[in-house]
Design a protein around this ligand. Structure first.
Ligand SMILES: [Zn+2]
Length: 55
């Protein structure tokens, strides 16, 4: 997938149709956002548990 870095538009052509700039290739994210937030929530919970033990 290609993306114009100026107007942040995803495109399939090598030049942006709007600003005529060369687009750069971008990799689509492997993990969904919800999964990532779930991981962080779990990590945060573990951290809090450790803090409780420390006090
Ligand atoms: Zn553009």
């Amino acid at each position: 997938m290609l993306k114009c870095i100026k107007c942040n538009r995803y495109t399939l052509s090598e030049t942006c149709a709007l600003c005529k700039l060369k687009t750069s290739e971008v990799q689509p994210p492997k993990f969904s956002v919800s999964d990532r937030f779930g991981k962080y929530r779990r990590m945060a919970r573990m951290k809090n548990g450790d803090n409780d033990k420390g006090y």
